[in-house]
Write a protein that binds this ligand. Structure first.
Ligand SMILES: *Cc1c(COP(=O)(O)O)cnc(C)c1O
Length: 379
């Protein structure tokens, strides 16, 4: 008998499934890499801002040295804009890092971590990695977070509940929670439970949907706000995000993070991107236009989709549990990479990241072609 190495709760983790690389799809389907359209990882279709590229190149001369472990300059611009002291900010290797640090700081075997079904895939990963038990709460009828039911789950969990993840907007559903709903939740959550509000897509919210999460950070010592430079700021490849919390929680995150968890290039690029208001606005407008372009096409094809507050949209491509896979395969053959979400418990749906106008058009063209041939809908 061979010895099985490793901890049981680590063996039980299902690995994260990402978007397929362009080169791999080109090889497998015999396609020209240059013609492949990838709308699969919620990246910024504008790429990296020029301002960030320049800042990064300037910083590249100094890579023989370790990065600033405390990210002084970046925390300074963040704290000035957000209106909190620098000591309330934790930098992360992507906001993914912040989510994991939160789990490691407050939960272990015997504890419970609460999140919604169809929420971001990293929540179960971060939970299982620390040996805690995941409590997945049924969503609303429109696949969003059901905060009152999540609250009941926290209450039922009693002292075991240590952490709750809330994504707003959520990935992959695009669902949105209003400030009133979140505030009522924060007021009701017991003080011993840490609430992570994951705002990876916050910058894509239309003005009328925005709210002041920082005001909550000042009021609730058990809250961590998590934000990303990967989506609206176009720095996914550099891996940088940040958390905001009051000093006692921030101090915990800082004790367990790697001392040099954010590299120098990422810090330099993030400072520039954060101040590049024009780039952010351009991306925002492109996203709103692209969302309208996609949803108009879905309407015309009579396909259901969920209202999205993010830079992606979930579309239903059939009624049986293989529909997402079949449509995905047909799209791949036509050089379009999107994201099947069967691993999120949504096998009848596909998640489409909103791209450039012409990328969206290429996807719509392929989708129309597939629907016209009735290849997917009927199975
Ligand atoms: C993309 C994403 C993140 C993490 O992004 P990073 O690249 O690690 O900053 C966090 N939460 C949600 C909901 C996401 O979709």
């Amino acid at each position: 008998m061979t010895t099985k190495l490793g901890l049981k709760h680590i063996q039980a983790i299902a690995p994260y499934v990402g978007g397929r690389p362009i080169s791999e799809v080109a090889r497998e389907y015999g396609l020209d890499e240059a013609k492949i359209v990838k709308l699969a990882s919620n990246e910024n279709p504008l790429g990296m801002p020029k301002s960030a590229q320049e800042a990064m190149l300037k910083a590249a001369g100094d890579l023989g040295r370790y990065p600033d472990s405390n990210g002084f300059e970046l925390k300074k611009v963040l704290s000035e804009r957000l209106g909190v002291p620098s000591g309330w900010v934790t930098l992360g290797n992507g906001s993914n890092d912040i989510l994991e640090l939160a789990a490691r700081a407050v939960a272990q075997a015997g504890d419970e971590v609460i999140f919604s079904r169809h929420a971001f895939a990293v929540y179960p990963l971060a939970t299982q990695a620390v040996g805690a038990k995941a409590i997945e709460v049924a969503p609303t009828a429109s696949y969003g977070h059901d905060l009152p039911t999540m609250l009941s789950a926290i209450e039922a969990s009693g002292d075991k509940a240590k952490l709750v993840f809330v994504a707003n907007p959520n990935n992959p559903t695009g669902s949105y929670l209003s400030a009133q709903e979140i505030e009522a939740f924060l007021l009701a959550v017991p003080a011993h439970v840490v609430v992570v509000l994951d705002e990876a897509y916050n910058e894509y919210l239309p003005v009328e949907q925005r709210y002041d999460a920082i005001a909550w950070i000042k009021r609730f010592p058990n809250m961590i706000l998590s934000r990303s430079f990967s989506k609206a700021y176009g720095l996914a490849g550099l891996r940088i995000g940040y958390g905001v919390a009051q000093p006692p929680l921030t101090d915990l995150l800082n004790r367990i993070r790697q001392p040099f968890n954010v590299n120098s290039l990422a810090q330099a690029a993030a400072i520039a991107a954060f101040q590049d208001v024009e780039f952010l606005q351009q991306g925002f407008e492109l996203n709103r236009a692209g969302l309208a372009q996609l949803t108009e096409a879905f309407d015309a094809l009579d396909l259901s989709y969920l209202p999205s507050a993010g830079n992606f949209v979930l579309v239903k491509v059939g009624d049986d549990d293989d529909a997402g896979n079949r449509m995905n395969l047909e799209l791949l053959k036509r050089g379009i990479i999107v994201r099947p979400v069967g691993n999120y418990g949504l096998p009848q749906w596909l998640r489409i990241s909103i791209g450039l106008q012409e990328e969206n058009a290429a996807f719509i063209h392929a989708l129309r072609d597939i629907v016209a041939q009735n290849k997917v809908l009927t199975g």
